[in-house]
Design a protein around this ligand. Structure first.
Ligand code: PEP
Ligand code: MG
Length: 888
């Protein structure tokens, strides 16, 4: 028979910490604390499996549950010497939810269960405090009615406020037992009126009502949203913990509180917590009264004149300190503890791993490793790589005053202050005269790259988390708030308006890409701290990981940032981004729009020196580290002039009429450009483009090698290859240019020619392509697009619907789809190695910076991952964790 119920109490428990999946976090840790001999009010846990069974059977309980709960209750009654509903030996219980992962405040709780018109008298007699007893009863009625009977707690608050007003009382504490009695009468009448039945007096009926309500709360809207946001599967279910009540509100020698064994925001090794005298846990959560500090040190630090627990209850404090140390040692992690002191006696109500900021996580891990509590490997394994993002950007000083004018999506972390610019040109011009700029657009497009580069931060009024602005800003590591829909941008008037306030070009605003807030004016910032604990963890991670970490970068600024974050080379230099700036776009347009090879070569000749100097700079920054340069990839239409002004500009340079030029741009129109004339197809049609780029690469390699004294071994990468012959054709040109340059310079240049694997056909034919390719770089952006057959630029709308409907769990453009796209990666890696055992394998799609995808890359045995500069530390850590997991 399935065991649905596990008991704990008095130094023993049927469960333990390892039973988290079955008993939920709270239940498993209560059991563990009992086993450790700590003072825990006894009780029992109904399993998460029972919750799942309840849902599978259309919200009815498994048959054996009633019997097992009955037995556990008897056990609890024996341990406490009390009985539910028995006025002579009154037992009261709490009924709480507790899932595998903590879901703070998302599900329901009922306290003081077992009180009724008769037992409340018993509680009054036993406690010698009638006021306490009636207050407890009214709290119970209020909570139970809200959670189980669906009577909104507001109605009770209203009654309470009225009654206080009638009595001229301001605080609950001014009410007497008689007042509470009267209020209870009103509450019960209200319950009967609202729910159609009297408030249940039978404690057993109360208990089952509460159990059902906790199970049901797994499916309330709050919990569903929380699960979606935190990727918690629905089939985990919640456990129900039924536990003997202890009271923190039995007068001045009672208290309740919460504490962390180390400071959760700084990580400092010091007990950190708060408590309230004469209160129940819910009072602490409600935040109506100002809590007091637990330790004297913290009290003095906080400048509080309210006495600490250390001062007023020294004995309970001493046992709490001892227990908190014991628990931290036992769990080998910072603990988040809940406790209650009932008339001087300490009870532990909860222990769990404490949530902490990224900064605290690093400090705690490093400290615990040096205290010998955990190994360096465990320290590395414990840091959430994604959380490092918080540390790499300037952030708003938490103490700063915020004048929030709008809230959009937190699209790219960090905060930035600057003057408003409404176009990329404006942004560049302002930047050129030394101003710091926030680029404010309705939305951005690829043409805004230069403006985004010039800006400190980006704000858009439209677009989601995967909008162009969001993706590009994250890539650049620039703070971005997208989709701030309450803002109105009027380009013509040059205004940004919101709720009667108007901002103009040059007005100073701040964007907080971590929260999505847009703030008026400049706000004090905190600079990122990359030394200390961060550096220690990174160093340990580097000692553990097998895969190298490179960066995707094409600007010197990005390359430098990436180096400072520890990048070990460039895995992808997207050369097209180099053609958007100033003069270059004109020469580029000239090249694209020429009808003849000679015309194209003339335009390319203008681009060559610019391209070469770009590469020299990158090679110098990378000082001998590998640099992969990709030949031109995007559909040409991305470069085409659009406005009349732009067409006129190019027409003048080319000596053509604007109308002739317009006809040429129309001829270049493609219905499906991402599957069109792009990638290596451009180099097949116009080999002179590839030749110019190859020349720029090799000449730059010679120049940079001479300047730095470290030979540059460029890796020339051909995009969007599907056929070996495409690569053969282009490689022949590359080799010819290399031979020419070597002859001209009188120097040998080591270089590799390889390809991106970003089409299913390339993956399937990888063994053949590897005959020519000396390396593969998995372009998982396109490979995802082409494997699924969904457009990477348009998919976010319906992918979100897919997520909501449970058809996909994660956006495959963010986290690699292992079963599908990943299978192509795995297959191509194997096939590539079969042909060429020393073939270099890397990934340069967005997934190269995603921790879950990095784990997959380790499994497949790639040599390196490449990601945007600000993800480099994340990738270093994730690669180390992947290596640890693979080894373990
Ligand atoms: C890719 O397709 O994964 C890739 C890195 O190339 P891009 O994003 O430039 O198409
Ligand atoms: Mg691609």
């Amino acid at each position: 028979m399935t065991k649905w119920v596990y008991t704990f109490g008095d130094g023993a428990a049927e469960g333990r910490a390892g039973d988290r999946d079955l008993l939920g976090g709270k239940g498993a840790n209560l059991a563990e604390m009992c086993r450790l001999g700590l003072p825990v009010p006894p009780g029992f846990t109904i399993t998460t499996e029972a919750c799942n069974a309840y849902y599978s059977a259309a919200r009815s309980y498994p048959e054996a549950l009633a019997g097992q709960v009955g037995e556990a209750l008897t056990h609890l009654e024996q341990l406490t010497g009390r009985r539910l509903g028995d006025p002579s030996r009154l037992l009261l219980v709490s009924v709480r939810s507790g899932a595998r992962a903590s879901m703070p405040g998302m599900m329901d709780t009922v306290l003081n269960l077992g009180l009724n018109d008769a037992t409340v008298e018993a509680l009054a007699t036993e406690s010698g405090d009638a006021r306490f007893a009636y207050d407890s009863y009214r709290r119970f009625i209020q909570m139970y009615s809200d959670v189980v009977l669906g009577v909104d707690h507001e109605v009770f608050e209203e009654i309470l406020e009225d009654e206080k007003a009638n009595r001229g009382a301001e605080l609950d504490t001014e009410l007497t037992a008689e007042d509470w009695k009267a209020i209870i009468g009103l509450y019960k009448a209200k319950v009967e009126e609202e729910s159609g039945a009297p408030f249940p007096q039978d404690p057993e009926q109360q208990l089952w009502g509460a159990i059902g309500a906790v199970f049901s709360s797994w499916m309330n809207a709050r919990a569903i949203t929380y699960r979606r946001l935190h990727d918690i599967p629905e089939d985990w279910g919640t456990a129900v913990n039924v536990q003997a009540m202890v009271f923190g509100n039995m007068g001045e020698t009672s208290a309740t509180g919460v504490a962390f064994t180390r400071n959760p925001s700084t990580g400092e090794r010091a007990l950190y917590g708060e408590f309230l005298v004469n209160a129940q846990g819910e009072d602490v959560v409600a935040g109506i009264r100002t809590p007091q500090n637990i330790t004297e040190v913290a009290r003095i630090d906080a400048g509080s004149d309210k006495p600490s627990l250390e001062k007023i209850m020294p004995e309970a404090f001493a046992s709490f300190v001892a227990i908190s140390q014991k628990l931290e040692k036992h769990y080998r992690d910072m603990q988040d503890l809940e406790f209650t002191i009932e008339r001087g006696k300490l009870w532990m109500l909860q222990a769990r791993s404490g949530k902490r900021t990224a900064k605290a996580a690093l400090r705690i891990a490093v400290d615990m490793a040096s205290e010998g509590l955990i190994s360096q490997e465990e320290a590395v394994a414990r840091i959430d790589p994604g959380s490092l993002d918080q540390l790499l950007h300037p952030t708003i000083d938490p103490k700063a005053k915020r004048d929030v004018i709008a809230v959009g999506l937190p699209a790219s972390p960090g905060a930035a202050t600057g003057e408003i610019a409404f176009s990329s040109h404006e942004a560049e011009d302002m930047r050129a005269i030394g101003k710091r700029v926030i680029l404010v657009r309705i939305e951005t497009s690829p043409e805004d790259i230069h403006g985004m580069h010039a800006a400190e931060g980006i704000l858009t009024t439209r677009g989601g988390m995967t909008s162009h602005a969001a993706v590009v800003a994250r890539g650049m590591g620039k703070p971005c708030v997208s989709g701030a829909g309450t803002l109105r941008v009027d380009y013509r008037a040059g205004t940004l308006t919101v709720m009667g306030r108007t901002f103009r070009k040059g007005d100073v605003i701040t964007v907080d890409g971590g929260t999505g807030q847009v703030l008026n004016g400049a706000v004090p910032m905190q600079q990122p701290e990359l030394s200390g604990d961060f550096a220690s963890v990174m160093k340990w991670a580097d000692g553990i990981r097998r895969m190298k970490v490179r960066t995707n970068a094409e600007t010197p600024a990005d390359a430098r940032t990436a180096r400072s974050f520890g990048a070990e080379g460039i895995g992808l230099c997207r050369t097209e981004h180099m053609f958007f700036e100033g003069e270059r776009i004109i020469a580029m347009r000239e090249m694209i729009l020429s009808d003849t090879e000679a015309g194209r070569r003339a335009a390319l000749a203008k681009l060559l020196p610019m391209q070469r100097s770009d590469f020299v700079e990158l090679f110098e920054i990378m000082a001998g580290l590998p640099v992969t340069i990709r030949l031109l990839d995007p559909p040409l239409h991305e470069f085409l002039p659009k406005s009349d002004e732009e067409i006129d500009e190019v027409a003048t340079v080319m000596n053509l009429s604007p109308s002739a030029l317009r006809r040429r741009t129309e001829a270049l129109h493609e219905f499906n450009p991402m599957l069109g004339h792009r990638g290596c197809r451009l180099a097949v049609s116009y080999p002179e483009i590839a030749e110019m780029q190859a020349r720029a690469i090799f000449e730059a390699a010679v120049e940079a090698g001479r300047a730095t004294g470290r030979p540059v071994v460029p890796e020339v990468m051909v995009p969007l290859v599907g056929l070996k012959k495409e690569l053969d054709f282009i490689k022949a040109r590359i080799d010819a240019v290399a031979a020419d340059v070597m002859k001209e310079k009188g120097e040998t240049i080591g270089y590799l020619t390889g390809t991106m694997i970003e089409l299913p056909r390339a993956a399937v034919r990888a063994h053949v392509i590897a005959e020519t390719a000396e390396f593969f770089s998995f372009g998982t952006n396109d490979l995802t697009q082409t494997t699924f057959g969904i457009s990477r630029d348009d998919a976010s709308v319906f992918l979100e619907t897919y997520r909501q409907k449970g058809i996909i769990e994660q956006d495959p453009f963010v986290t690699l789809d292992k079963e599908g796209v990943g299978e192509f990666v795995r297959m191509a890696a194997q096939k590539g190695r079969a042909t060429r055992p020393d073939i270099k394998l890397g990934i340069c799609g967005e997934h190269g910076g995603d921790p879950a995808s990095i784990h997959f890359c380790e499994d497949v045995g790639l040599d390196y991952v490449s990601c945007s500069p600000f993800r480099v530390p994340i990738a270093r850590l994730a690669a180390a964790q992947a290596a640890i997991r693979k080894a373990g």
